[in-house]
Ligand binder design. Structure first.
Ligand SMILES: Cc1cc2nc3c(=O)[nH]c(=O)nc-3n(C[C@H](O)[C@H](O)[C@H](O)COP(=O)(O)O)c2cc1C
Length: 447
């Protein structure tokens, strides 16, 4: 059984854990001091060794991303923190901002120094009132103490300004280039890539966008050394290092956020959350936010090729395979944000799919026709099927519509909306057919 750890969460549970006094009692800001005595290249090497795969969903290695930044002859560089956390089922970043905001501020100092930025923006979703307050207070405290000033620690002439910027609460504004547009006061629509943010990011300047947890993880990774941090993971041999926050929600007895070495199994997480509600069985799981295709307990892991180190899990239930970026991808889904949504037996999967289709239709920014129109059509078809008015022809057209969204949009929203639709159809087609025939054998639970 995997055991919880207290590294990112070491201050959670302490009285007033969000204050500078408590943060400093556990060695707070000493790692930033260490960082400012190192070269930026040496810090980036530590981050590469730490194997921190981006915690915002895409799993891109953080050290590698930092290494893309090059000093520009005339333009400043920016560090931008993605604190939008709008993915349904995801609820981990807010625990850092609410319970230990100084770990994010210290992470900003390390990250910004490493990429050559003197300004960091933390883009927080508007609804997260407590996160905004605790972060703003933490920044004020860090300024007053001189950490965010010229010559922090009296030794370095490196200065950083950190600003909290409020988003208006659109899911698309979590996508990094929409976030940058929104930060600049424009409409939150994705930009074409390339150019990537490292070349043309915030205000046309080189920028790095990272998730809250990714940046907070820079602190223990640098403090203990990248290799040691990486080795804490069950999956460090396949470059998925360290510890991370896992969430469990949906039909479980005790929804939670828990810090674990990377690579718990789905079964272990469900057990930690007290099992499925009222002793029911698991019908399905969405591994890391609603954009990840759904899994059934009988899904079997299939390795992409026999040479891959992942092949040792070939043929095992996906629920027993360590949850990592590459393992979940090989299982036909994604790790995403690591916040698992558990769906109990008795749940109507047609209604669950319809509920999500409605969300994606509503949240599509409308810039790309396949996504704007396609998600509208899928939502309407699913709604008709829920109402017992759909047809097999319409059901079959959902696969075509979803397939023509995937890969044909400016940003990953389209893929993230269409792939779960295909997942529901692939795994639960029989339930859609039953609905079309006027039957639903479930108790009407929806997510
Ligand atoms: C529609 C959409 C919504 C997203 N929402 C978030 C979010 O709320 N928070 C986040 O960190 N990343 C989100 N992402 C991923 C970001 O685009 C980006 O990959 C991430 O912020 C990079 O940080 P990381 O490398 O540290 O994970 C979203 C992506 C898409 C396509």
């Amino acid at each position: 059984m995997i055991e919880p750890v207290k590294i990112l969460t070491k201050n959670y549970g302490k009285a007033e854990s969000w204050t500078l006094a408590v943060y400093e009692q556990s060695g707070g800001y000493q790692t930033a001091k260490k960082a400012l005595g190192m070269t930026p290249a040496a810090i980036i090497d530590e981050m590469k060794a730490a194997n921190i795969r981006g915690r915002g969903g895409a799993g891109f290695p953080m050290g590698v991303k930092w290494s893309f930044m090059r000093p520009h002859p005339t333009k400043p560089a920016y560090l931008v923190i993605n604190a939008d956390e709008g993915e349904p089922g995801t609820h981990k970043d807010r625990t850092i901002m609410e319970l230990d905001p100084h770990s994010l501020v210290e992470g900003c100092m390390i990250g910004a120094y490493a990429i050559g930025a003197h300004v960091a923006y933390i883009y927080v979703r508007d609804e997260l009132h407590l996160s905004k307050k605790r972060l703003s207070d933490a920044i004020k405290e860090a300024r007053a103490k001189g950490y965010l000033s010229k010559r922090p620690f009296g030794t370095s002439d490196y200065a950083l300004e950190v600003h909290v910027h409020t988003g208006a609460g659109a899911y698309i504004c979590g996508e990094e280039t929409s976030l940058l547009n929104s930060l600049e006061g424009r409409r939150g629509e994705p930009r074409l890539k390339p150019p990537f943010p490292a070349q043309v990011g915030a205000f046309g300047c080189p920028s790095t966008v990272n998730n809250v947890e990714s940046i907070a993880a820079a602190v223990p990774a640098l403090s203990m050394g990248g290799a040691a941090f990486s080795a804490l993971s069950r999956l460090h041999k396949i470059n998925d290092g360290g510890v991370r926050l896992y969430g469990v929600n949906g039909h479980v007895e005790k929804p939670l956020v828990v810090e674990l070495p990377c690579g718990p199994t789905i079964n272990e997480l469900i057990e930690m959350a007290g099992g499925v509600t009222k002793g029911r069985k698991v019908k399905a799981v969405i591994p890391g936010g609603s954009s990840c295709p759904v899994l059934r307990p009988d899904d079997v892991f299939h390795a992409p090729d026999e040479k891959s180190p992942l092949h040792e899990w070939n043929g095992m239930s996906v629920f027993d395979v360590p949850m990592g970026v590459d393992t979940m991808r090989s299982a036909g889904t994604m790790l995403g944000t690591c916040c698992l949504t558990v769906i109990a037996e008795g749940t109507c999967m047609v209604r669950a799919a319809s509920n999500l289709a409605r969300f994606y239709r509503h949240e599509s920014c409308g810039q790309c026709t396949p996504c704007r129109e396609g998600m509208g059509w899928i939502d309407s078809i699913f709604q008709k099927i829920v109402d017992g008015k759909g047809s097999i022809e319409e059901l079959d057209s959902v696969s075509d519509i979803a397939s023509s969204i995937i890969g044909n949009t400016i940003c990953a929203f389209g893929d993230g909306a269409a792939m779960p639709m295909l997942g529901f159809l692939r795994k639960f087609r029989h339930e859609f057919v039953e609905h079309i025939q006027g039957k639903c054998s479930h108790d009407g639970n929806i997510l």
